[in-house]
Design a protein around this ligand. Structure first.
Ligand code: DX5
Ligand code: ZN
Length: 230
């Protein structure tokens, strides 16, 4: 199955003085999901968004709300983010004492369940939960901040992950998402390796002083061209 490449626009990089305007520009420009980076200052050394921003944006957009929980023991807040209107809830393997139980909690809320792994975490940690999840988020930078440099082994990691999914016959069930310094060059390499969902932040859509709508249109065209390549 040839999956359409998705744009998940990273809201932590948006203009908070004109958030509604940016969300409209993203939607008109061809983004598929809004990506909410949630940080607790403990699992990652930063603070960003919370459930209230998800709740605020839920009624004003048709885009899917993709919530990336970079927080310790996320099971504590799964219901809160589900009730706020999330469509996708992604937790870090490294932050869950009971990863299987946490994934089940997301699915009991009827949400798309994803697991994210940091640059130093091996894909093997996912093996025993693959049949329960819908998405794997491969971090291509150390989580916590926008504007970081791409960690080059991320491409091989996506390739290995894709091969693992194929070996279990799960390549059509589980989507591979990539987050961190995603631009035309890195997305092309990651797509060739098997990623079809890209978190777009300051490296492509939210470039300083550039138009969000125009950059979204350009990235949309870029990803659509990639899909066409054999
Ligand atoms: C890292 C963040 C960033 C952000 C995207 O925790 O998740 O990856 O969304 O921003 P850039 O494109 O600057 O990496
Ligand atoms: Zn993220």
């Amino acid at each position: 199955m040839l999956r359409k490449n998705k744009i998940s626009a990273s809201l932590m990089c948006a203009n908070f003085l004109n958030l509604a305007e940016d969300v409209t520009a993203l939607s008109r420009g061809g983004a598929d999901w809004l990506h909410f980076d949630i940080m607790d200052g403990t699992f990652v050394p930063n603070f960003t968004l919370g459930p209230d921003i998800v709740k605020t944006l839920r009624p004003v957009t048709k885009l899917k709300l993709d919530v990336h929980l970079m927080i310790e023991e996320p099971i504590r807040y799964v219901n809160r983010f589900a009730e706020a209107g999330s469509d996708i809830i992604v937790v870090h393997q490294e932050a869950c004492r009971h990863l299987h139980r946490t994934i089940m909690a997301i699915k009991e809320c009827g949400k798309i369940a994803g697991v994210s792994i940091n640059p130093a975490t091996n894909i093997k940690v996912l093996k025993d939960v693959l049949t329960e999840i819908d998405l794997v988020l491969v971090m291509c930078v150390n989580p916590g901040f926008a504007g970081q440099k791409f960690i080059s082994h991320s491409v091989d990691k996506v390739k290995d992950l894709r091969e693992m999914l194929v070996s279990y016959g799960l390549q059509d069930k589980i989507e591979i998402q990539a987050d961190g310094n995603i631009n035309n060059e890195t997305s092309a390499r990651l797509n060739f390796a098997g990623a079809t969902n890209f978190v777009a932040g300051t490296s492509c859509i939210f470039k300083k002083g550039e138009d969000v709508y125009e950059n979204t249109v350009k990235f949309r065209k870029h990803l659509d061209n990639l899909s066409l390549k054999p």
